[in-house]
Structure formats: structure tokens, C-alpha cells
Design a protein around this ligand. Sequence first.
Ligand SMILES: Cc1ncc(COP(=O)(O)O)c(C=O)c1O
Length: 469
Amino acid sequence: MSDLTPPVPALFPARAVRERLDDLLTRALAEAGERVARGPVMPDIDMAEFRRDLAGFDFSQPRPLEELIEWAIARLEHGTVHMTHPRYFGLFNPPPTFPSQCADRIAGSFNPQLASSGSSPVPVAIEAHVIAAMAQRAGLPPESAGHFTTSGSEANYTALVCALTRAEKRFATEGVRAFAGPVAMYTSRECQPAWHKIAHQAGIGRHSLKLIATDGKGRMDAEALSQAVREDLERGTVPVLISATAGTTGAGMVDPLAPCADIAREHGLWYHVDAAWGGAAICSERLRGQLAGIELADSVTIDAHKWLATTMGCGMYITRHARVLNEAFTVGADFMPSTASSIDPYLNTVQWSRRFMGLRLFLALGAAGWSGYAAHVERAVAVIERIRERLVALGWSAPNDSQLAVLCAVPPPGSAPIREIVRRVLASRRAWVAVATYEGREVIRICVTHGEVSLTDVEELVAALQAAR
Ligand SMILES: Cc1ncc(COP(=O)(O)O)c(C=O)c1O
């Protein structure tokens, strides 16, 4: 072996070098985090200059990793909207919990391949254990199965594939041609828009996604749903899936979960509950009643990287029909170290190679327990309540009556248009809020994603909104 070159030190440095860089990384990240919290929410980098800087990386000459780490941290500090900022009242992108960051380091270090229980028996068992705990907490039966996904969209896609697989035996081999007519799936017009892509990529086509009217309060109108399914059946369409949303993206509203389940049962359709964000409410005894009816679902999406605040991306797909899940994703592969159809992720999920995502929620739940997570979600709801009170006292209105942590705010008459107010708030860099459409009208969407937001941050947000209107 004398002719073998040594390992490339830039890729596999010696232990002493790694330890020094690890320490540097830990310190530099902590310091950057402190500066971010004190600084603007919005990026302040000159992108033209940055692109020139980036173009300088032609990778012809290696650079010291220490320099690169400092470069990357500084560019991220100035070149991104800060989801970790306490005044990011934004989309469902929370600052990650510390245990989930620890999990990423552990997973990145061992780098287990989660495709099979043969190569990763302990990681696969840990993920299955967390999924079972979440299923139980949601009220699903003990035989439920599931897995971690990269996203809520992947979990929702998995639901559609399961629905198609159960609805028609020959779907596996013939695709949608196997159905007696065009297939249809139903969700509300307030659904998360990734459903359009999901219908596309699953091969049923975007026109097969039927967007059901809402009831004036952002919830799917169950009567309209029932009628749409009946009419489709009469004209020879084949309904396969109803997806109710538990915590709509725009307004945090919860569809009527039990009535939607009844309609699905009446017509033999797969019933999915997209609780990508709102699902975290199952941790709280006080809030879980908001999701009553979730236990009737054939499958559920809950994203740990949303309100459960793990690092990205850490979705979950849970179903009471383990057999259907396996039917949908099974495959033969001689080279794999195991073929356990009940547990091997490569036989039950969209992905093949997989990262150990579930450790993030395992460590966070382990460290905080259900009670810690209950306090986390209840705190967010209390903050939203405070913002609502403050704005209403100043003449604003809040058309959505979500009991979860999303507020749709409308300024008093005579104020600037919604988009202009949001533009001004972002330009002020004091806070981050979004424009959303709720029941056909534009609103300012305010969501509490930060687990450490303070009442001072609330006052700063209210002041920024008032100054902008
Ligand atoms: C209700 C709902 N479902 C699904 C998704 C998609 O999740 P992801 O962004 O993880 O794909 C979102 C994202 O905000 C959502 O709010």
C-alpha cells in the first residue's frame, strides 16, 4: 500500500484541527446569533457586490477552511431574512430548538444511512418510536405507522399516493389509466398551494385538485364538499382523497375535521389531515381540542420543522394503514442489507437514501417532554393574543378567529393599502410580516414562530405597524 496517497487533509483534517475549527464554529455562531437578535430582521447585504465576491470562487485554488467558515457565517448574517430573529413574525419558519441543532451535529457526525434497519437499526427504531408517540398523541390507533419526510409537501404527496394505491389495485402497475374515470381529490381553497404541484407530480393532473369553497371564516364548507363529491360521482369522476387542513397557512383556521371525515367515510375516500403547522397543538391539553377529529384521519401530516421548531426539514407522515404505505412504496433490491417491510424506510417512503431527521424531534421531545412543548405552543398563542389586543385597541381589526398562533390584521379605515404597509414595515427592518389573502381579501399575516419572543418585541412590532399605516 506504499503507493496510496494520504487522505486529503482539507477534507479529512486531523483531530486537533477539527477540534480547533469546531470550537471556532461554536463561538462564531453564538456571537453571530447575538448580533442577529440585536440587528435588523431583513438582509442588508449588497447583492451585486456579493455576486462579484461569489464569482471569485472558481475553485482553482483551495482556501483555508477557517477563512471559509468565517466567510459563510458573515454572508449568512447579512444575506438572509432572519428566521431566528425575535421579530420575525413570519411564515412557519421558526428558530430551531437547541436539542434539534445538537441532533444535526450528531447525525452529521455518524451520518447513518436511514434507508434500512439493517444498516441503521438504532436510528430506524428511534424514528419509529417518535412516530408512534406522535400517532398516539394524535389519537390514531396503535398499529399506525409513518416516517419522517423532508417536508410537509412530501408528506402530503405520500398521502395522495396512498389514497390512489388503496383506491385501485392496478394503480401500482397502470397508473391513473387504471381508474374507471378521471380521479379527483378535494381540499379547500385556503389550502397550502403545494397541493397543485402534488397533483401534477402524482400524475392525476392539476385539474383533478378540487378547491372547495370556505365558510366565510376560512374553513372548508363541509356542505359544499359533500355536494362536490356527489356531483363528481354522478358525472363519472372517481374521488379518491379529501384533505382537510388543521391550521391553514394563511390564517391558522381549522377545517371541520369530523364532518369531513364523515363525508370521506360515506364515499369510501382516503381522509387526510394536513396539520403541517397546526399539528403541534396536540402537545397541549389546552389547545388540542382545536384539532378534534384528527383522530379519524387515515393519515396526517405534521411538520416538526414548523411549530415544533426543529431544524429544517423535518416533516412527518403518519397513517393508520401501514399495509397501504408499504404497498405504495415497496420494491425489491437484493443489495439492501434488510427487507423488513414493516419498518425499512426504503420500502415505505418516497426517499431511498435518508438523513437521520427524527433525532431532532427525539432529542427535543426528550429534553422538554410533552409539557415543555405544551408551554412552547401556549406561549405563542398568548403572544398572538397580546398582539391582537394591542392592535384592536388601536382601531385595527382581526378578521380570522383562529385559536392558534396566526393573526390576520387589517388596519383602520383611511390607512395605506395592505401591501404598502407591509412594504414599509419590511423597509424599516424592525419586523417581518407577510401579505396573505384571507377569504378573498388581503390582510397582514402575523405569526409567532419564535420561542423566545418578548413583550418588548410585541411593542416594537405594533409600533412598526402603526408607523407604516
Ligand atoms: C398547512 C400546510 N401544509 C403544507 C405545507 C408545506 O410544508 P413544507 O413547506 O414543509 O413543504 C405548509 C407550509 O407552510 C403548510 O402551511
